[in-house]
Write a protein that binds this ligand. Structure first.
Ligand code: FES
Length: 182
């Protein structure tokens, strides 16, 4: 039985048909699965493989390479904190300790209320100029301090369920942080 909705399957087929080689559509297809399920389940990846005429292990190999793809269900929001060199030199350790205390779970964990899953990553997020940096639902947040982290988490937590990833949320956060001088 299919776990993907007809809409998700149609989106994967649409992506597949954009490229001369079906395998070129693996990344956007995985996004479509994650968008529907919240993570990449083995069943979801198997369907991607079927639709792109690949083996499941070929799809899983791509999925496991990128930290933006989640291999298990998580919280409503996902926080990824960079601890690579530039961020480490600019206080990533303090940010990690602060997040651990604030969210009440270690890296890789999910808060008791199911709002946040967070993890530290040694992969550079490509925002070294704004170190220390993190991503919240794939949006960059830079020049972090514990106070700035708290302000961001408060805003994200307060966002209505209908607006978890909307651009207006991130605009509002940027304006409020600027006004608060954070
Ligand atoms: S080292 Fe953290 S963003 Fe590059």
């Amino acid at each position: 039985m299919n776990v993907l909705t007809p809409e998700t399957r149609a989106e994967i087929e649409r992506q597949r048909d954009r490229y001369p080689q079906a395998r070129s559509a693996v990344l956007p297809s995985l996004w479509a699965v994650q968008h529907q399920l919240g993570y990449l389940s083995p069943e979801g990846m198997a369907e991607v493989a079927e639709l792109l005429w690949l083996t499941p292990s070929e799809v899983e190999a791509v999925a496991s390479f990128y930290s933006m793809y989640f291999d298990r269900p998580g919280g409503r929001h996902h926080v990824l904190v960079c601890i690579n060199v530039s961020c480490a030199l600019r206080g990533a350790d303090e940010i990690v300790s602060h997040l651990e205390g604030r969210l009440g779970c270690p890296s890789g964990g999910t808060t008791a209320d199911g709002e946040f899953t967070w993890e530290q990553t040694v992969e550079c997020l490509g925002a070294c100029g704004g170190a220390p940096a993190m991503q919240v639902d794939h949006h960059f947040q830079e020049n972090l301090t514990p106070e700035r982290v708290d302000a961001i988490l408060d805003e994200v937590r307060a966002a209505p369920a209908s607006e978890p990833h909307g651009p207006s949320l991130w605009h509002r956060i940027a304006v409020r942080l600027r006004k608060a001088g954070r």
